[in-house]
Design a binder for this molecule. Structure first.
Ligand code: ADP
Ligand code: MG
Length: 726
């Protein structure tokens, strides 16, 4: 394919790339009923509570009904008092036999009642902090009197002798029919804000549903509801708050989740089809003037996976529309070589490329790799980071503007406005999840017709990738370069780990000791890394050459420390996770990760990817005192598996997509009910149905699709800039 030269914007595609979803001018159908009424006017709310509700994003009655529970609790009556319940939750219907209050300490008081459940007696206890100003037991004294019938919800210590004593959280009088919302059933549990209780919200929700839920309109086309056997929306909304059974709850949840996922998939598919209709106005010719000498001087044969992925990328670049491709590959799978091949294809064709990395160290490392791999090739390459002196920076910018540079490597400093490229056509973003959504779209804005390759070492299953980055094409490096030794991982004590460090050093090897530092700015964490450096060099590791590296160091100093370690001038590198990505020292065979419970799963996997870079057997020691189940699960996963795909999936399960992707990105997904991990089968259905709908009606203009289209516009129209790239 011939290359046609084109300056930026010549094709008027700037606007087109904004990719506004243009589904044409259907009229918006506003509900005319009570759904749009302000919540303030619901009985029991008023202006003060309305302000609290607005903190929860609830302004109208419709919003309230769409404020779905974050969880549900099964509060069916506990029938058998002799059996300890698994959760400790106890729900009893009983008659009060005896009641009274006691002072239990200077500030704490108890109210105790003996209850008869019909099958036995139990002691119920309410705990209250004493108040000087009022009687904290006033209402209990009135309600919990001998002879009264009530429900109590509370906790009991599991005991082989059965339940003897309950700590009461809530109680309801049988004579007040409202108990039916709170006990003897599956009960909704909402995310709250101070000043609003579960009890109040449940009662308010019930009233709102009673008055308004029938007004819910079905935005889904009839055929789909029939085909997927979906509940009617009013029924689903009612049941998600107050389900009659577990099965009804499931049906309601999946109806609402399906709707969300269908909308999401419609948005992605529309977006993707739109991008594909843009013509970038040039193609690439595989000339091999650079690619062939590059391959020759690599010193190794590309893996089958690398070859396949390079082909996928090349064929994208040769398409008439801009590439948006995600390259997933485990730590060490050889993404850099793939990225370089793509960049060289661009350069062969007279274009410029950028290679953007999330940290200074990684940018430097890439620059070194590139210099090594491109030795003697006529590719003019420069590095740019935010730490450059004004003069150095200016020189680079001038060369860039004049077209005297082919390749620019750097950090987000590349994104600054005065960094201008006359012929930028390919952008590569390494460790894309480390960047914000905005930074990625800024890169694309530098050139309206940019081909974009984003890379990640935290691979996730393909179906999930499609849900999360639905308009991207996905390539996967599923093969490791030959001769890679996988590092073994062990859960260890500090003593044993440090012993291993000393042994390795005695054999001429090197080691990393990593401390968590959650925020680069966290002084406390930093101090502890420094203090530990001092402690270790003076005690256990005395006599070894120990160096320190952390994120707050001037970048020059970091580079020096790294270079010295790489050259074998130090034995042990005490580090914060600045070394997480990219560092490549083959002689380092031991890594000790201190307080490993404080790192995320993906981070730990990335960190340990820093060893096992050579041919020597390597070992990673996780030193931790995991206090939560999650932390334990993370460590167990790492010890058991070295497969990045499994770890990515596990990470997603443990943390949920929100944290994994960063809340900004996930927040944009606007999923309230659906969970892209657990609802993977629904997601597949939604994707197929969305394809079907758009194949039959590409702009959703038919009468049956009107409501769907309106909802889609409402949800996603203004989000296109990030959808563009994420
Ligand atoms: P990552 O995917 O983690 O970015 P890198 O691109 O840093 O991985 O590659 C890891 C190491 O493997 C580098 O030292 C690289 O030179 C080497 N490498 C890459 N591809 C191959 C290959 N096909 N055969 C042997 N070594 C390779
Ligand atoms: Mg890499």
């Amino acid at each position: 394919m011939a290359v046609t030269e084109a300056g930026n914007g010549t094709f008027g595609a700037d606007a087109a790339l904004e990719c506004h979803i243009n589904l044409s001018n259907g009229k918006f159908i506003k509900s005319s009923g009570t759904l749009s009424n302000p919540i303030q006017f619901l009985k029991g709310v008023g202006p003060r509570r309305a302000a609290l509700f607005s903190q929860l994003g609830i302004a109208t009655v419709g919003d309230l009904m769409r404020y779905f529970p974050r969880d549900w609790q099964n509060r069916e009556e506990t029938k058998d008092l002799t059996l300890p319940t698994a959760t400790g939750l106890v729900v009893l219907k009983a008659k009060v036999v005896k009641a009274g209050n006691f002072q239990a300490g200077p500030r704490l008081a108890l109210f105790k009642a003996k209850l008869n459940t019909g099958s036995g007696t139990v002691e119920a206890v309410w705990f209250k902090h004493l108040s000087r100003r009022f009687d904290v037991f006033a209402s209990l004294k009135k309600e919990v009197v001998p002879g009264a019938d009530l429900w109590v919800v509370g906790r009991a210590e599991p005991s082989l002798l059965g339940i003897r004593e309950i700590h009461v959280d809530e109680h309801y009088l049988l004579e007040d029919q409202r108990w039916r919302l709170h006990v003897g059933r599956i009960v909704p549990v909402y995310a709250l804000t101070e000043g609003i209780t579960q009890r109040f919200l449940r009662e308010l929700m019930n009233r709102a549903l009673h008055e308004s839920v029938e007004e819910s309109v079905d935005i889904l086309p009839k055929e789909l509801s029939l085909k997927r056997e979906l509940l009617a929306p009013a029924q689903a909304v009612k049941a998600i708050h107050f389900p009659g059974s577990q099965a009804e709850l499931e049906a309601a949840r999946s109806r609402l989740a399906y709707e969300e996922l269908l909308l999401l998939e419609l948005a992605w598919i529309l977006k993707r089809r739109q991008t594909r209709s843009i013509s970038k106005g040039f193609g690439y010719e595989i000339k091999r003037t650079l690619l062939t000498p590059f391959k020759k001087q690599l010193g190794f044969e590309l893996t089958g996976a690398q070859k396949r992925v390079i082909n996928e990328i090349f064929s994208d670049m040769q398409q008439g529309y801009p590439m948006t491709r995600l390259l997933q590959g485990d730590v060490g799978s050889g993404k850099t070589v793939v990225a370089l091949s793509a960049l060289l294809l661009a350069v062969e064709n007279g274009a410029q490329g950028v290679f953007m990395a999330p940290t200074e160290i990684l940018a430097h490392q890439h620059m070194n790799t590139i210099t090594r791999f491109l030795k003697a090739l006529p590719v003019r390459t420069a590095l740019l980071t935010s730490r450059f002196k004004p003069k150095e920076r200016e020189n680079i910018l001038t060369a860039l503007r004049k077209g005297e540079l082919d390749l620019l490597v750097g950090t987000h400093a590349l994104l600054e406005e005065d960094v201008q490229f006359p012929k930028l056509r390919l952008g590569v973003i390494d460790e894309q999840h480390r960047f914000g959504v905005r930074q990625r779209s800024t890169l694309r804005q530098k050139s309206s017709l940019l081909d974009l390759l984003v890379m990640t070492a935290t691979p996730i299953p393909r179906t999930l990738a499609l849900a999360l980055y639905g308009d991207l094409d996905v390539s996967t490096l599923d093969e490791m370069p030959p001769g890679k030794v996988t590092a073994e991982t062990a859960f260890s004590t500090e003593t044993a780990a440090l012993e291993a460090v000393k042994e390795a050093v005695a054999k001429g090897r090197q080691a990393y000791i990593v401390y968590p530092i959650i925020e680069e700015s966290s002084r406390l964490d930093l101090q502890s890394a420094k203090a530990e450096f001092k402690r270790l060099s003076e005690t256990t590791l005395h006599g070894l050459r120990v160096a320190l590296i952390h994120g707050a160091m001037p970048s020059r100093q970091k580079t020096v420390v790294m270079a010295e370690f790489a050259a074998g001038k130090s034995d042990v590198l005490v580090a914060t996770p600045v070394i997480e990505v990219g560092i490549d020292v083959a002689n380092a065979t031991v890594m000790v990760i201190q307080n490993a419970d404080r790192f995320g799963l993906a981070s730990l996997h990335q960190l340990r990817g820093r060893i096992g870079r050579g041919t020597e057997a390597s070992k990673c020691y996780l030193v931790a005192d995991p206090k939560t189940e999650q932390a334990k699960a993370r460590i167990e996963t790492l010890v058991a598996s070295s497969d990045g795909f499994r770890i990515g999936e596990e990470d997603l399960k443990l943390r949920g997509p929100g944290e994994m992707l960063g809340t900004a990105q996930h927040g944009e997904l606007t999923l309230k009910v659906a969970d892209i991990v657990k609802d993977a089968p629904l997601l597949a259905q939604a994707r197929a149905d969305a394809e079907g709908l758009l194949d039959a009606d590409e702009r959703l203009l038919s009468a049956g699709n009107t409501l769907l289209r309106e909802r889609l516009i409402e949800l996603y129209q203004h989000k296109w800039t990030w959808i563009d790239l994420a």
